[in-house]
Design a binder for this molecule. Structure first.
Ligand code: SF4
Length: 376
């Protein structure tokens, strides 16, 4: 298949692996964080880690939207459905993520709440149009990649005068999370207040970067002296990006490079950015699972669209949400632990019976280890 097969070519992969092995400095280690869950899955699905020299290790980052959503926000969504009787529309992965008291959206649905699985924001709009008697709330999550479709839905709802549609906004922003991880890892010379590993380079997100471009990462080399390479999601993309990082590290330089030039530019998608700026505004703080409350790291529905803001229309009181005892998702999301370091991995916690978000989501690191057999 064009544009796919050439990025999965085994002979090319072996040549790239040999080049990386020849160029790494055997006297040091290389710790590279892949920010996205999509990269984590590519690395394990195609055995990329096994093709690397032993002193080059990938650390898994927080770039899985389902994984970083804190339990309290799922509690809040369930409460909206149960206390206000709204029709809550959500994506499939979220249905099985444990909330407080080991409830899930799926269990709340079984208990009688009107919670429906959708494939796109347009599905939620369609329900609002056809069921005028119900209040339809879109449980919107995701990084900058999935924010524009929510923005379009808000604009459509306003243009159509849909009074029974609103958005529970949980869209988050990549650069503040990256900043937190690097500050916590001591890459700026300080001691962060959350533990994580020291990082030598970052594989930057691919889909997010198609929207925001590569420019927003330029603070990383400037402030932290850490190189960034925006990397595509195919195995050869990841390997080539690792080689680009190794070369920067060996040369003692740090800059933002773009391996994924077939989709990412420095300035990104101006139209999508304008849509987002019109419909959303920044939140002062937002909680991320594993990273805590980060300033300016998420979006809320803009004041101009306040009538479509589910948090204003359907306020609920919930607690803070506590991780299931023994679940190491917060440390996995900071690259501090590998999924197999969690005592629950593969015993109590499996995809059929997930204890944490990282085992549920198709982009979660625990699910990647489970699916592609990285068991110890
Ligand atoms: Fe949490 Fe399960 Fe991953 Fe352990 S294996 S960190 S319990 S999701």
């Amino acid at each position: 298949m064009r544009y796919i097969d050439e990025f999965r070519d085994g002979a090319l992969a072996r040549r790239l692996a040999a080049t990386i092995a020849a160029e790494v400095d055997p006297s040091r280690d290389y710790r590279l964080m892949e920010f996205c869950g999509g990269h984590t899955h590519a690395i394990f699905r195609y055995g990329v880690q096994d093709l690397m020299p032993p002193n080059l290790r990938f650390a898994h980052g927080p770039g899985c939207p389902v994984c970083v959503l804190p339990m309290a926000r799922i509690d809040q969504a369930i409460a909206m459905a149960e206390q206000h009787g709204v029709t809550l529309c959500t994506y499939g992965d979220l249905m099985r993520v444990p909330a407080s008291g080991r409830r899930t959206l799926l269990k709340a649905k079984a208990d009688g709440a009107d919670i429906r699985m959708i494939y796109s924001t347009q599905d939620a709009l369609a329900i609002a149009r056809t069921e005028a008697g119900r209040q339809v709330v879109l449980f919107a999550i995701g990084f900058e990649t999935t924010t524009p479709p929510t923005a379009v839905a808000l604009k459509q709802a306003r243009a159509e005068g849909l009074r029974n549609f609103s958005v529970f906004c949980n869209h988050v922003l990549t650069p503040p999370a990256l900043e937190t991880i690097l500050a916590a890892s001591g890459n700026d010379g300080g001691d962060g207040d959350i533990g994580t590993v020291a990082l030598d380079g970052i594989l930057g997100p691919s889909h997010v970067s198609t929207i925001i471009g590569s420019r927003p990462y330029e603070f990383v080399p400037a402030r932290f002296g850490t190189p960034v390479v925006i990397a595509g999601f195919e195995p050869l993309d990841v390997m080539q990006s690792a080689l680009m990082l190794v070369r920067q590290i060996n040369a003692g330089v740090a800059r933002v490079e773009n391996q994924y030039t077939r989709a990412v530019t420095r300035d990104g998608n101006a139209r999508a950015q304008a849509l987002m700026a019109e419909t959303f505004g920044p939140r002062d703080r937002f909680e991320w699972r594993g990273l805590g409350h980060l300033p300016h790291s998420a979006l809320r529905v803009a004041d101009a669209y306040a009538e479509f803001d589910a948090e204003q229309r359907f306020p609920v009181a919930t607690g803070n949400g506590r991780e299931i005892r023994g679940c190491e998702c917060p440390s996995v999301l900071r690259g501090l632990l590998e999924p197999t370091d969690c005592k629950l991995f593969g015993s109590v916690c499996t995809p059929e019976n997930p204890m944490g978000a990282c085992m549920v989501s198709s982009e979660g690191a625990c699910a990647a280890y489970w699916s592609y057999g990285r068991l110890r």
